[in-house]
Design a protein around this ligand. Structure first.
Ligand code: FEO
Length: 165
């Protein structure tokens, strides 16, 4: 059975993952409203991934005979000044999530909870990818600047993202 302290921390992370999903869905809605369907698609796929992250933790807490308690999800912003501003916010958000995952690992070490340490390794690896994929779009957007043609091409590229990619 999982220790209460660890259980509470994982419950908090379930909320953080659901918030991430909410944030990216808000970004997707923003891009839908600014006629960038490819950007919207990328964010919608990202939102789905976040829900999967939350469900992975949900399943783990239950498996360890813990109790999942769902808290209120904070409302995300609804507007961003530009595609670059939105992706920069996404990148910064992922850096924050990496910090949260690292704190969970530290807690699992302190609690001598080896099972949770192993479970969290998937998230540690996943965060490398999460940061890298948001950062890659930020860098491309910096190159494109305000050129409409470049944005149009990027929209096509981001529109090709499918779940699991
Ligand atoms: Fe669930 Fe984007 O980290």
């Amino acid at each position: 059975m999982i220790a209460q302290k660890m259980e509470q921390a994982l419950n908090k992370q379930i909320n953080a993952e659901l918030y991430s999903g909410y944030l990216y869905l808000a970004m997707s809605a923003h891009f839908e409203s600014t006629n960038l369907p490819g950007f919207a698609n990328w964010m919608r796929v990202q939102a789905q991934e976040e829900l999967e992250h939350a469900l992975k933790m949900y399943a783990y807490v239950n498996e360890r005979e813990g109790r999942v308690i769902l808290d209120a999800i904070e409302a995300p912003p609804s507007e961003w000044d530009s595609p670059l501003a939105a992706f920069q916010a996404a990148y910064e958000h992922e850096q924050k999530v990496t910090g949260l995952i690292n704190d969970l690992v530290s807690l699992a070490v302190d609690e001598k909870d080896h099972a949770t340490q192993i479970f969290l390794q998937w998230f540690v690896t996943e965060q490398i990818e999460e940061e890298a994929s948001a950062s890659a779009v930020v860098e491309k957007l910096k190159l494109v600047g305000d050129a409409p043609q470049g944005l149009f091409m990027m929209d096509r590229e981001l529109g090709a993202r499918t779940p699991g990619a």
